[in-house]
Ligand binder design. Structure first.
Ligand SMILES: Nc1ncnc2c1ncn2[C@@H]1O[C@H](COP(=O)(O)OP(=O)(O)O)[C@@H](O)[C@H]1O
Ligand SMILES: [Mg+2]
Length: 280
């Protein structure tokens, strides 16, 4: 199949907190891209939980059992190296990761890398090869603390968090290596329709943090039970109403709209939004 992007675009989904929606978002982005006939490879760096790899395995099993033509990406879960010292292990992990990337790039328009919810050597390396970095955060000041410590009185940035500093380092590494730029996108996840006051305050703080911390902030997904129910079947909301055999309800329609909006806001190469105008 011919290339659909000028060069392979790497999307990294990361933050150092578990449960913020990295794997769920990664899966929905992957299937959105597959749905547009892009060639997508997935690298799951959460080598303990493997949620994204398991999600995709479930998709294959569900498709096989129900005789459905669901698109499936190629999936890699790097095996942690076994060496005598941490330095030797990290060296080996890095070499394997880089050769995997080089190999997968030759046949992919997009590579989607899902990171674990904790700081790891491989996760740091992945951040430094990202073209787009997506950080899902829940609607809570605990999650905002992951980006920066915020002054309690005026919501100004008191100090950057360790994670934001790590992203700065990744940006420097990336700029020196190939003058590449990382587009860092913070997306909200699990926003509640009920708590309007908290929602507004989080919105204000994230808007204020954008420039100082160096990300752009976009709306993501609302809190919806459906996101929790799809995993065992390996389905996403992108599959509904097509060939998954699933029926759409009004809530599904609203959720699918959120995903389309997210995809448009990511400004990925070649991606055309509802207006039909490409982001590039
Ligand atoms: N928008 C959402 N609404 C409801 N549940 C969600 C939403 N996003 C994620 N979840 C659920 O939250 C949990 C953590 O999500 P997950 O994507 O595994 O996070 P992470 O990869 O960051 O650890 C899962 O049970 C998932 O189904
Ligand atoms: Mg995960």
């Amino acid at each position: 199949m011919p290339r659909k992007t000028a060069k392979t675009h790497i999307i990294v989904v990361g933050n150092e907190k578990g449960g913020s929606g990295k794997s769920t978002s990664a899966m929905h982005i992957t299937v959105s891209l597959l749905d547009r006939d892009y060639r997508v490879a997935v690298i799951d760096l959460d080598t303990r939980q493997k949620s994204l790899a398991r999600y995709i395995e479930n998709r294959q099993t569900y498709a096989d059992h129900h005789n459905l033509k669901l698109k499936i990406p190629e999936v890699h879960v790097p095996k942690p190296a076994q060496r005598d010292s941490i330095a030797a292990m990290q060296h080996q992990d890095e070499a394997s990761f880089r050769s995997l990337l080089d190999e997968v790039k030759t046949r992919s328009d997009f590579i989607l890398i899902d990171c674990p919810g904790s700081n790891s050597h491989l996760s740091g390396l992945a951040h430094a090869v990202a073209d787009t970095l997506i950080t899902p955060v829940n609607d809570s000041f605990v999650d905002i603390d992951l980006l920066a410590q915020v002054n309690a009185d005026n919501y100004q940035v008191a100090q950057l968090s360790l994670y934001s500093e790590m992203v700065w380092e990744a940006r420097k590494t990336r700029a020196m290596k190939d003058r590449g730029v990382i587009d860092w996108v913070v997306m909200r996840n699990r926003t509640s329709a009920l708590d309007a006051r908290n929602k507004r305050r989080v919105h204000e703080v994230l808007t204020g943090l954008q420039k100082r911390v160096g990300f752009r902030y976009i709306p993501g997904f609302g809190e919806r039970v459906i996101y929790r129910e799809l995993f065992p079947r390996g389905l996403t909301l992108v599959d509904f109403g097509t060939n998954s055999g699933e029926k759409m309800t009004l809530s599904h329609v609203a959720a699918r709209q959120e995903i389309r909006h997210l995809m448009d806001e990511l400004h990925l190469p070649g991606w055309t939004g509802p207006s039909g105008i490409a982001a590039e």
